[in-house]
Design a protein around this ligand. Structure first.
Ligand SMILES: Nc1ncnc2c1ncn2[C@@H]1O[C@H](COP(=O)(O)OP(=O)(O)OP(=O)(O)O)[C@@H](O)[C@H]1O
Length: 227
């Protein structure tokens, strides 16, 4: 479902005399349907950069990144938007929302964008918010004023609302208490069981061991190290 082949990436620092920093070379990995793969590697090794290339935020310098049959490295912006609507979800560490939109709508929105019926979308949003222990009294309020942990849980509810065939997770259990962490691990297991291909960064080794089938260390993709 996700296939990265021979991907390289450099950053050009335009404000520092155009210095070119190669950060990745020969990156390759595959995530099959129903599988959860952990991206590991020390800080600064390139985990987030690889995730951003797969999501289409950063352009790969070379190689191919296939998600559900589309080569993200060569896709048009319109194709990437369609991919994000229907195929590829991304749970980032932080919630970014339009101000004044109620939490229920924030969580239901990906389902509506994918063509889901409104009643079913709201029902799924309610189910997820309840499971993630967001008090019902908050559901009609905008999450912009919520606590950090509440915002993170709303973000997770939003990321798991639609049954994306592929999912990128950036630290989905960071700073959650044990009970909510278990809910997130259960959501990941459910997504795997319905056939989602999941690639995630988990600094929490216990969480990683609980849901990931294998690990890929991005150190292998460091320029000069790659075969
Ligand atoms: N937009 C950017 N412009 C320039 N350099 C960047 C940019 N994004 C990342 N880098 C550099 O690329 C390298 C990899 O960074 P990245 O954020 O992918 O690491 P990471 O493995 O996710 O680290 P962490 O675990 O600390 O989040 C770092 O040296 C970083 O400075």
């Amino acid at each position: 479902m996700i296939r990265v082949s021979d991907v390289s990436k450099s950053f050009v620092l335009h404000n520092q005399g155009g210095a070119v920093i190669p950060v990745m070379a020969g990156a390759r990995l595959r995530v099959a349907a129903g599988e959860c793969v952990a991206l590991t590697g020390e800080s600064g090794a390139g985990k987030s950069t690889l995730m951003r290339m797969i999501y289409g935020n950063y352009l790969a310098a070379s190689g191919a990144i296939e998600v559900g049959g589309l080569d993200v490295a060569r896709a048009t912006p319109r194709e990437i938007l369609a991919l994000r609507r229907e195929v590829l979800g991304y749970v980032s560490q932080f919630l970014r929302v339009v101000p004044r939109v109620p939490t229920l709508e924030v969580v239901a929105e990906p389902l509506l964008a994918a063509g889901g019926a409104r009643a079913a979308a709201l029902e799924r949003a309610e189910e997820l918010l309840a499971r993630l222990n967001i008090p019902r009294a908050l559901w009609e309020l905008s999450p912009t004023t919520f606590s950090g942990g509440e915002q993170q849980r709303v973000n997770i509810a939003r990321g798991f609302a639609h049954a994306y065939p592929a999912l990128l997770l950036d630290e989905p259990t960071a700073s959650l208490d044990a009970a909510n962490r278990d809910v997130v691990l259960e959501l990941i297991r459910e997504a795997k069981a319905r056939g989602a291909a999941i690639l995630g960064i988990f600094h929490d080794a216990e969480a990683r061991a609980a849901v990931c089938d294998r690990e890929v260390d991005v150190i292998a993709f460091t320029p000069g190290v790659a075969a």
